[in-house]
Design a protein. Structure first.
Length: 484
């Protein structure tokens, strides 16, 4: 799931701020960050452990049965959540390779996204550049996690421009899982033989996804089987600029919006995140400068069926479907996740979530919302999922320094935050509802277990597993199929 701070710092030479912005001499400091909770109670916290000399900022989460898998920039952890109020760490694997976004299959295989060139595809490498290490590795690492206390590295699959994020796509009929790899040129450190720099003749040098096939009976033979890119033809291009033309003075990093002045020489097309919904054979791609809906009837050849756009969105970061398949919620990671987009002066339309109908030709949003509480750190919408409950649209979401929220947009005309948890220095990267509890993976705090006080909690469907970017079955009614 999935920050874009690297996009800003590597692409534009801008340092992304991950805490309260500094205060120059003579300036009035911002108010203290609010903290606390409403209708959400902290049950447990499992701090990050054994950081050594490697950054271990928490990233994404995945779940299978009573285990949670928590990625971080320095590796991943396996956590026993059979008693949510007393989570137990089973393994803490040191394997640097930011962002290390994670997915899992059947408590047997674990997959990590690596989007910073490494000196080795194995876990003993370190950050490098292709200029310094021409055969450096970026892509997908695969582990055997059948013994949760002793995970074993199996293999790696290199992908063009690395793997910023990935989405697991089960295909058990063919005894395999597929991995949709989202990547794009992030700047000088990523430029290499399979990730060329844009040129005047080819200003968009990487506009595709990679599809990795993992044979379940022989995962060591995993390989890239396709690199489709037709979905991006004619689409909006991400062209970063250093100035927000709408609100100069509120933002230093304005990226991927068609209203920018394209002052930077870089341009990208691709997905930051892909959400798949297997039963209706649909996918939603947050395509940097626009949103897309795909038909995935052919899992190896996604087909574009709809584009959505909105001039308020700076950076199309991620998406999630409602469980009935009627709507797709796209998230705006304004400023790439490095800016304070929740101050009282910030427009409610920047760094928000936007709700779009899946069916039909219209690309207009029908609702938008974001955290209503002020925050002066790097606050913007980030990773989350929908609570699987009939009759309501409840969206759990991490908002960086604004903590974890639950939003109710059942009434599209009046979306509202109904619960939140915001502890000092929480800064969650990912917050997900899973079987009655909300689990958050923080950049600093580590792994939080939260109890949401809402009647919907008792009525929500339990799931046997959850890779948050992979929704499998329609739960509450029909949806548009991929073929429509």
């Amino acid at each position: 799931m999935r920050s874009s701070v690297r996009l800003l710092s590597a692409l534009m030479g801008v340092s992304a701020v991950l805490a309260v912005p500094g205060v120059a001499a003579g300036q009035t400091p911002p108010p203290a960050e609010p903290s606390g909770s409403q209708n959400m109670r902290l049950l447990a916290n499992l701090p990050l452990t054994n950081p050594g000399t490697v950054s271990v900022r928490g990233s994404d989460l995945a779940f299978w049965g009573d285990r949670a898998y928590a990625g971080n920039y320095g590796g991943f952890r396996i956590i026993d959540i059979s008693q949510p109020s007393s989570p137990r760490e089973l393994a803490d694997v040191r394997c640097p390779g930011p962002q290390n976004d994670v997915s899992v299959w059947n408590n047997e295989l674990l997959f990590l996204s690596v989007d910073v060139p490494q000196t080795s595809p194995r876990c003993g490498g370190r950050n490098t550049t292709f200029a310094a290490t021409p055969d450096a590795f970026e892509g997908i690492r695969i582990f055997d996690v059948r013994d949760p206390r002793d995970p074993v590295y199996l293999t790696s699959v290199a992908t063009d421009c690395g793997s910023h994020t990935h989405t697991l796509v089960p295909d058990t009929a063919n005894d395999r899982v597929l991995i949709y790899v989202s990547s794009y040129a992030l700047g000088a450190s990523s430029i290499g033989p399979d990730c060329p720099a844009p040129t005047a003749e080819d200003p968009v040098s990487h506009d595709k996804i990679s599809i990795v096939e993992v044979p379940l009976d022989d995962p060591r033979n995993s390989a890239v089987i396709n690199e489709p890119g037709s979905m991006f033809e004619g689409g909006e291009v991400c062209t970063p600029t250093l100035t927000n033309p709408f609100f100069p003075g509120l933002d230093d990093d304005f990226i991927c919006n068609p209203a920018d002045d394209a002052s930077e020489p870089w341009a990208s097309r691709g997905c930051h995140d892909i959400q798949v919904f297997l039963e209706p054979r649909l996918a939603a791609c947050a395509a940097l400068a626009e949103g897309q809906i795909w038909d995935i009837s052919d899992l190896e050849e996604p087909r574009l069926i709809k584009r959505v756009d909105n001039p308020n969105v700076e950076f199309w970061h991620s998406a999630v479907f409602t469980w009935d398949g009627r709507y797709a919620v796209f998230t705006d990671e304004a400023g790439g996740g490095g800016d304070p987009w929740c101050t009282p002066e910030t427009p409610a339309t920047i760094g928000a979530n936007w709700v779009f109908p899946v069916a039909g030709e219209t690309g207009e949003a029908v609702a938008n919302y974001k955290t209503p509480r002020p925050s002066y750190g790097n606050c913007t919408s980030h990773n989350g999922n929908m609570i699987p409950v009939r009759g309501r649209y409840l969206h759990v979401q991490a908002s960086n320094t604004a903590g974890t929220s639950v939003f109710d947009f059942t009434n599209l005309a009046a979306p509202a935050e109904t619960a939140f948890f915001d502890a000092p220095a929480s800064s969650p990267w990912s917050s997900y509802f899973y079987n009655g509890f909300v689990y958050a993976n923080g950049r600093i705090r580590g792994f939080d277990v939260l109890f949401p006080r809402d009647p919907a909690r008792r009525r929500a469907r339990d799931l046997s597993h959850l890779n948050p970017q992979t929704q499998e079955r329609l739960l509450f009614g029909p949806a548009a199929s991929g073929g429509t």
